[in-house]
Ligand binder design. Structure first.
Ligand code: EPZ
Length: 419
């Protein structure tokens, strides 16, 4: 086991480079199953979740070559056969359920255990299954396994009751080789969906409506392997933006897509943080006194739920009353108890948290309960008086590439130690 020890109070300086997006890379790696060919993912973030999904593909017969130096992953899925994946692998990470769509597309059937993942909510898969059924597949659920089978996938119109990111991705990957045309209505519009669609189109798929809530997929006969570089991680970028705000610093962030991070920039601007964009670079100025605000998480282009906990750390240190309402996941306030150990004044009322900002948090021993909660505790530790020890940091390693090195490079006193 390992922990982070962070000494609060540093002013940040210099610049940080954002990695490619975890939530774009995971579905893209799953999609390589569709072509039965060689693909190269460039500038790939070397994250625990990436290793889990490549292990899943390896267990199915894919050849994987991970080059950590030049951050490239070569994937040859020609050798994949329709077999079962060990349930402990699939249960390790919810994102591994994204192989269901590609596997039924290529082999007409696949069986896997119910997906696991973060403990931020029940994380149902009913919309994924609704899509598979609409395309003509039979779905069986028993003994904790999901079995999907079909003789042929046939294009159809599917309305998503909720714009689910994973369901949109799984259905899109099921439709690209189906016979005829598929329309996904009320589709998720997160940038990572667009990046997957772009990857599929470069492999030879026919997807239109990218960036809207209605995706049209015309089935094709086959897809070819390509090289591809995913989009930057808008959540990592937002996390470092809040690092600048919470430490009253001015830093440069390289690897920004202004459109993808617009909702976060809008709210941080309301608080008084300064932004100067130059292409994919951002000069962010967090030195002003900041104002309290209200936040409501929504599907894209609303404020992202993956930035909710990080924003709560910032608002905990901004004098005045702020309210955060979490509408996406029903159990995504687990960071509140840990922030309160650091002196934060937060009251949970149903899906909302009322935050009375205080002048200074105090360093404490805290635990990362999930990926973004862990990021929030790092941010709180940057501002806190004294030392903070963060345990269970494997959660953080799932979604942030070498975060302690990136923070050290901009002046943070942080170390990773065995415990
Ligand atoms: C993706 O999860 C992301 N993960 C999550 O990021 C992110 O928080 C989430 O989208 C929302 O943006 C990856 O991309 C690997 P959803 P996903 O399906 O696909 C309901 C992180 O920190 N729902 O959009 O699981 C359900 O209520 C992670 O990087 C159904 O009702 O998200 C759920 O709460 C955490 N039925 C809500 O949608 C379904 O079949 C959002 O889920 C599916 C979802």
């Amino acid at each position: 086991m390992e922990k982070f020890i962070i000494k609060g109070g540093s002013t940040l300086r210099g610049e940080v480079n954002i990695s490619a997006a975890k939530n774009a890379v995971l579905p893209i790696i799953a999609a390589t199953i569709l072509c039965g060919d060689k693909c190269i993912i460039k500038n790939c973030p070397m994250l625990l979740d990436v290793y889990v999904i490549t292990d899943v593909l390896k267990s199915l017969g894919a050849k994987i070559n991970i080059n950590k130096i030049n951050r490239e992953i070569a994937i040859d899925t020609s050798g994949i056969i329709d077999s079962e994946v060990s349930s402990d692998l699939v249960r390790k990470m919810r994102g591994s359920f994204l192989i269901m769509g590609p596997m039924i597309s290529r082999f007409g059937k696949f069986k896997t255990s119910f997906p696991g993942g973060c403990n931020i909510g029940t994380r149902p898969i009913d919309l994924h299954l609704k899509g598979f059924k609409a395309l003509g597949a039979e779905v069986k659920l028993n003994h904790g396994y999901v079995e999907v089978s079909t003789t042929k996938l046939i294009g159809s119109k599917i309305y998503l009751d909720f714009p689910s990111v994973g369901a949109t991705e799984n259905i899109m990957m099921s439709a690209v080789l189906a016979e005829g045309e598929t329309i996904i209505e009320n589709a998720a519009e997160e940038p990572e969906i667009g990046d997957l669609a772009e990857f599929l189109n470069q492999m030879g798929a026919k997807i239109t409506g990218i960036g809207t809530d209605t995706l049209k997929i015309v089935g094709v006969k086959n897809l070819n392997g390509i090289s591809y570089e995913p989009i930057y991680d808008r959540i990592e970028a937002g996390t470092f933006m809040i690092a600048a705000g919470i430490t009253k610093s001015k830093i440069k962030i390289n690897g920004i897509n202004k459109e993808h991070i617009r909702p976060v920039v809008a709210k941080l601007t309301e608080m008084g943080i300064g932004f100067e964009f130059k292409g994919q670079e951002l000069l962010i100025d967090g030195r002003n006194d900041l104002k309290p605000i209200d936040i409501k998480t929504m599907p894209y282009p609303g404020f992202p739920t993956d930035m909710q906990s990080q924003m709560m750390s910032l608002l905990s240190c901004v004098c005045g009353t702020s309210v955060i309402t979490e509408t996406i996941f029903e159990n995504r306030f687990m960071h509140v108890i840990e922030l309160k150990r650091m002196g934060a004044n937060i009251k949970i009322d149903g899906r909302s948290a009322v935050i009375e900002g205080i002048n200074k948090l105090n360093g404490a021993e805290v635990k990362a309960t999930d990926l973004r909660a862990g990021a929030a505790l790092i941010l709180a530790a940057l501002e806190a008086d004294g030392e903070t020890e963060i345990y269970d940091i494997h959660h953080i390693d799932r979604g942030y590439v070498e975060i302690e090195n990136k923070l050290q490079d901009i002046g943070v006193k942080i170390q990773r130690v065995k415990c």
